[in-house]
Design a binder for this molecule. Structure first.
Ligand SMILES: Cc1cc2nc3c(=O)[nH]c(=O)nc-3n(C[C@H](O)[C@H](O)[C@H](O)COP(=O)(O)OP(=O)(O)OC[C@H]3O[C@@H](n4cnc5c(N)ncnc54)[C@H](O)[C@@H]3O)c2cc1C
Length: 360
């Protein structure tokens, strides 16, 4: 008897972000001979997480500094994390002191983890995350972050799990019959979906809504500023990563001659890019205890709609599971993993859940 008789053998994954690519990996682990086709609207993989060569700074950069706490086991298993393990330290701009106290700076961590002001974050989310983080172990305090080579460390190793990746294929709509998706309509043509085929939609919330409808979300922005310095900059106590308390910048990262700054929940920060770069540079100089000198070449990246805002009503609107109203359509993506921050770990957990369901 063929035990695979009722199993899906062909999988169509829409979206080549972390969720889509991780889903391909988890399906491949369960079904070595499956045909897995990934469709991606843009010409590159990675979605919100990728590296590129910045012509102005003449250096490779990550689109945004990506950090993962030690507790995020699912994403940390996928990242080649050799050589980039650090401990979190906070620099208080008022006292000019460095501290490791997570408890003292809990609200700072909340903004960074949820990309939402601490007092607005849904309590269910805080509970989910903080039972994991307290009490801290040495392992949990470690964080991993990209060295402007996130694509190489995280995205490229995942590509090989797909049988084929079709770039420039944007899903416009689906056709259905009898509770099943029967065709995917892309800008490049129509793909029929057979009876033993499954579709995993790993889109960001906004694009998922455009294709399938569903709840509208509020979003939060992140701003990154990358400065290229003439020599590697020294932060207090030679730290490579500092959480900045009561500053404009939330985090400063040193990576050879690139200084990167992250400002989370930045959607209400209405300030001209050049002025922002100058102000933040002044802050960096103050933190280092040096006179503000000339501003080195910089790149300011404002990432609109970085993540769904993690307040109560937005969290409440997230789906309960990967299942959808169609029996062969499954949803993945950071925003689909309710009661968890919209982050790389959430994207991988959502992918695991969708892969489990569609390979049942
Ligand atoms: C600046 C910045 C900093 C961040 N910092 C961190 C951090 O420190 N730690 C952390 O854990 N997370 C961080 N994140 C969040 C993290 O990047 C995301 O949670 C994660 O990448 C989401 O992956 P995803 O696969 O769910 O979605 P996405 O990456 O958005 O992937 C969706 C994919 O679907 C494609 N697509 C969209 N519409 C269509 C369509 N119609 N047809 C076909 N394809 C389509 C998109 O092009 C995209 O490739 C950050 C994000 C940004 C932008």
């Amino acid at each position: 008897m063929n035990r695979n008789k009722n199993k899906n053998q062909k999988f169509h994954i829409i979206g080549a972000g972390i969720a889509g690519l991780a889903c391909a990996k988890f399906i491949r682990q369960k079904n070595k001979s499956a045909e897995i086709i990934v469709y991606e609207a843009t010409p590159r993989p990675g979605g919100r997480c990728y590296s590129y060569y910045d012509k102005k700074l003449q250096r490779p950069l990550d689109n945004g500094t990506h950090v993962s706490l030690g507790v995020n086991k699912s994403i940390n298993r996928l990242i080649d994390k050799k050589k980039f393990v650090y401990r979190i330290n906070f620099f208080d701009t008022l006292s000019a002191k460095i501290s490791r106290s997570f408890k003292k700076y809990k609200s700072h961590l909340l903004v960074s983890i949820f990309n939402t002001p601490g007092h607005e974050v849904a309590h269910s989310l805080i509970k989910t995350v903080f039972w994991k983080l307290f009490p801290f172990t040495m392992f949990q305090k470690k964080i991993y972050y990209s060295h402007n080579d996130l694509s190489r460390r995280l995205i490229e190793p995942l590509l090989g799990n797909a049988s084929r990746i079709r770039y420039g294929w944007k899903l416009l709509k689906t056709e259905d019959n009898n509770g099943r998706v029967t065709a995917l309509v892309f800008n490049r043509g129509k793909i029929d979906i057979g009876p033993r085929e499954a579709v995993i939609c790993a889109l960001d919330a906004r694009n998922y809504g455009k294709v399938f409808g569903g709840p509208e979300f509020d979003y939060a922005d992140i701003i990154n500023i990358h400065y290229r310095t003439s020599v590697e900059l020294a932060l207090p106590q030679k730290k490579k990563i500092l959480g900045i308390i009561k500053g404009m910048a939330h985090w400063i990262f040193i990576n050879k001659d690139i200084v990167s700054v992250t400002i989370s929940a930045a959607e209400n920060l209405q300030i001209d890019k050049d002025e922002l770069a100058r102000e933040v540079w002044k802050e960096i100089c103050n933190i280092r205890g040096v006179e503000p000198a000339f501003v080195p070449p910089y790149r300011v990246l404002r990432h609109r709609r970085t993540t769904v805002k993690m307040d109560w009503s937005n969290n409440n609107n997230r789906p309960e599971s990967a299942a959808t109203k169609f029996s062969n359509l499954f949803a993945a993506g950071d925003w689909t993993y309710k009661n968890y921050p919209c982050c790389m770990e959430g994207a991988v957990l959502s992918a695991k859940r969708a892969a489990r369901l569609c390979t049942k």
